[in-house]
Every structure is written in C-alpha cells, then in structure tokens.
Design a protein around this ligand. Structure first.
Ligand SMILES: Nc1ncnc2c1ncn2[C@@H]1O[C@H](COP(=O)(O)OP(=O)(O)OP(=O)(O)O)[C@@H](O)[C@H]1O
Ligand SMILES: [Mg+2]
Length: 459
C-alpha cells in the first residue's frame, strides 16, 4: 500500500505565505499573530489518480432526492433553533462564554438521545466523576449513555466509529498528536474541527462540538471554524442572569435567525415557553425613556423593551453606551434625530439598553430606539400599551420592514393598544384595524410630533 506522508507547515492566515517555522510576525505581510500550523497530507495514490476517475457533471434532475429525517432532541427550544431537530451526520457547534451552560445543555441532549440512539459523550475538560455528578443533578439516567474521558482526538474518533451521535466537550481541550502546537491553538482547533467534519460525513455520525468564545471573539475561539460547520449555535446572556438565549448564527438546514430562550435552574437548563415577561418590565411607562419593540427573530416575535437614559456630559467627549443595540446604529440614530428632528444630544451621555440581555440586530428596531431616545430627551413617558417598529433612513424617513403582520398580531395578543409602524406597511395590517390603534408614520419627526405633542399636521 502506498505510504501517506504527513508534514507540518506554518501558513499565514492573512496572506497565505508558508514559513519554515512558527513566527510571531509574518515576514511577507507584516501582520502579528497570524501564522497558524497546518497539516499537509500527501498520499502518492492521491497524486496518481487516473484522469477518468473524477466524478463527471450530472444533470440536476438526475440527482436523487435525499429526504432529511430530523431527530428530536427532546428539548423543544433547541429543536426550534436547529430548524426542527437534528439532521443526521451534521456537524453542530455550540459556543458561548465560559460557564454559560453549554455542558449542561449537551448532557441533557445526550441523556434524551441515548434512549433511542448510541451516544458517546467525550469529555476532555472534566473528569468522568464530574460529569457523573452533573448527570445526577440533572436526573439523567445513565444506563445507555457512554462517557469517555479523553483529550486525544484520534482516540475519540476511533472509539466513536460505531456511534450515532458524538459530543466533543470541548474543541479547545482536544488535540492531534501529529501537530506540534498545544491544544487550544488556532491550528489545533481548525485541524481538529476538519477531522471531525470528515468523520461526521464519512461515518454518518452527528457530531456536536462545544467551544468557548474568548471575550475578544476571534483568537483561538470557535469563530475560526464557523465556515466548516453545518450549524453554529451561540449562547448569549449575562452570567448572573438565569435566562440564556441560544441563537443560530449559521444553519445549512434551517433559518439562521432563530432564537431559543432558556432558563438555568438547579435541575438543568429548560426552554422557556412564555418569554413575554422576560424582555419587558411591569412598571414601564411610568418613567420617560422606554418603549416596547415587537422584535422578530426567525419564526417568532418577541416584545423587547428598550430603555434609554441621558445624563449631562461632565467631560468634553459625550459617551455612547448601547447594550444589546449596535454601537454604530445608535450613533447613526442620534445623528438622524439631531439633524431631522432637531434634538441635539452632543451635551449628553447616552445609555441604551435592550432588556433581558437580548441583542437586537434587525433594523426594524430603529423607530423604537429613536422614540425611546426622544422620550428621554423630552422627559415625557410613552404609554405602557404602545409599541413601535420601523427602519429609519438617513433622511429620517421611516422605511417598511419585514413581517409587519406578525408583529401587529403578536402586539394584539399581548394586549398592546397602540402600534406605531411605517406607513408603507399599512396595507398589510389593515385587517387588524378594529383590534388595535394603528398609527402609520412616514418620517421620524412626524412620529415624535405625533406621540409627544399630539400634533397630526407634521409630515
Ligand atoms: N448546583 C447547581 N445549582 C444551580 N446551578 C448550577 C449548579 N451547578 C452549576 N450550576 C450552573 O451551571 C453553570 C455551569 O454550567 P456548565 O458547566 O454547563 O457551563 P459550561 O458553559 O459548560 O462551562 P465551561 O465553560 O466551564 O465548560 C454555572 O454557571 C451555574 O450557573
Ligand atoms: Mg463545560
């Protein structure tokens, strides 16, 4: 049999230059910390592939359809985020800050799946006794679940060959002995992940990979391997909060907008069915500066309260402190309000918070944020039963948004009395006219005049 030759090379992840060894700075592009170790496998038989052996192009209509049969994890929220359940032989990354609940969720999933399939939980971080302790706390019956305490990835893969599901906890703790770099380095993480990908596809095993995200995001974190994965899920939320959000940031088999809401309890992590009280406060509307946005993530609409606070700038530079809302988007909205609605914010420090630790990424939250800021500026509160959504352009115009119908329907269900929305979305929500007061607006100045001064003449 022809011998497979493996060599290690050091490649700059920015410019692709190959160096003889690891260096702190790439000699070609001059960037620091970009050189990554990679394994090159050269098999003589691979080189000598006969010309006629490669797969020929085929008509799309001749390709037989594969029906995806999804498997339920037993945790409804997780199934929803995955797009309806686990797709067999897929590679799923579950990332998040240390201590957020990744191992807890995966242990629960393993417990449920082990009833119907062969599941191997490879724990590279904790000892088997520690995992057992957690299983006892989560009341998982361990008769069918197989545990492995191993850090060498080749051993894990060899052992997992006759399992249906493999869970690797975590990718930063496993290593390949062929590589010189230590476990957790970018080179190791990338190579381990692609090894697991090949294993998942060739062995038809579903592989879950647990990964930590460093505060900086990219360095040695799971960010570097997002493109290899079929599905990437990230846990969000403050460590001190009991509520955690699981967000799909990539999904080859479903929407990448889905969000699941979980509650961390002593006996495990559970999906929250009624999440409506989590992102809005009971006593909203009494103080100026807050409004509710019917925010859509994937298939669901969640009402999220935006709170803002202005305080006089003490030092020369005013501070902008958004939490859960994009920094640049906040600066953009402040500039629009200043120019188009005549509200100067340059002498104020501005604080903006989306309640419950959720991150609002869609532009439909613009109008809500702008109204909350205007409410703070005017020191006039917005009624508790009012909600608003709409995108704002640089000219101050309110642009239509997606899924207006869903947002209005959910606002009605939750007992809101008034919804402020883009005028160009009006035709889609006409049918709800008797159930909620619909206020269509075309411009941010008009919206502010209408809400705070009751002035209907402004356009
Ligand atoms: N006895 C307990 N009662 C209640 N909550 C607990 C208990 N033990 C642990 N927890 C919760 O579980 C969390 C840790 O969960 P878990 O180990 O799944 O997190 P992780 O994301 O895997 O962390 P790591 O990055 O360390 O692997 C803790 O932050 C804590 O809130
Ligand atoms: Mg863990």
């Amino acid at each position: 049999m022809a011998k497979v030759k493996q060599t290690t090379k050091y490649v700059c992840s920015e410019c692709g230059t190959i160096s003889p060894g690891w260096m702190g700075r790439c000699p070609a592009c001059g960037k620091f910390g970009t050189i990554v170790e990679e394994i090159e496998t050269v098999s003589p038989s691979q080189v000598a592939v006969k010309k006629s052996d490669y797969p020929r192009p085929v008509k799309l209509s001749d390709i037989s359809r594969e029906k995806i049969v999804r498997k339920k994890t037993g945790i409804d929220e997780l199934d929803q985020v995955l797009g309806g359940g686990i797709v067999p032989s897929s590679l799923v990354l579950v990332g998040g800050d240390p201590g957020i609940g990744k191992s807890t969720l995966m242990t629960q999933v393993a417990g449920v799946l082990s009833k119907t399939q062969k599941v191997l939980y490879a724990s590279a971080e904790e000892s088997s006794a520690q995992v057992k302790l957690r299983c006892d706390r989560l009341k998982i019956d361990g008769d069918d679940l197989m545990l492995m305490n191993e850090t060498c990835l080749n051993n894990i893969i060899e052992e997992a060959s006759d399992y249906d599901v493999l869970i690797v906890d975590s990718i930063q703790a496993v290593y390949l002995e062929e590589m010189n770099s230590s476990a957790g380095s970018v080179g190791q993480i990338k190579e381990c992940a692609s090894r697991l990908m090949r294993f998942a596809k060739s062995n038809k095993t579903t592989v879950f990979i647990v990964g930590h995200v460093t505060k900086e995001g990219a360095i040695a974190g799971p960010k570097v391997l997002e493109h290899i994965m079929d599905t990437v899920l990230y846990f969000e939320g403050q460590p001190q909060d009991n509520y955690k959000l699981l967000r799909a940031v990539k999904n080859r088999f479903g929407s990448a907008q889905e969000v699941g809401v979980f509650e961390m309890r002593e006996d495990g992590i559970f999906g929250v069915k009624d999440y409506n009280g989590i992102f809005i406060s009971e006593d909203r509307g009494t103080e100026a500066g807050s409004v509710v946005i019917p925010s859509v993530s994937g298939n669901r609409c969640m009402p999220v309260e935006i709170q803002t606070l202005l305080s006089k700038t003490v030092f020369g530079m005013p501070r902008r402190m958004p939490l859960g809302v994009d920094y640049n988007r906040t600066a953009f909205l402040l500039a629009v309000l200043e120019k188009r609605a005549y509200m100067p914010f340059y002498s104020y420090d501005v604080y903006v918070t989306a309640m419950g630790g959720i991150k609002l990424t869609e532009p439909a939250s613009d109008l809500g944020v702008a109204l909350a800021l205007a409410s703070s500026y005017k020191n006039l509160s917005i009624e508790k039963t009012t909600c608003a959504f709409g995108e704002i352009g640089l000219t101050g115009e309110i642009r239509p948004v997606m899924q207006a119908e869903k947002r209005v329907a959910e606002s009605i269900r939750l007992g809101f009395k008034k919804v402020i929305l883009p005028a160009r979305n009006l035709s889609q929500v006409e049918k709800y006219k008797g159930k909620i007061e619909i206020v269509p607006v075309k411009h941010v100045y008009q919206a502010i005049k209408l809400i705070f001064d009751g002035d209907k003449s402004a356009e």
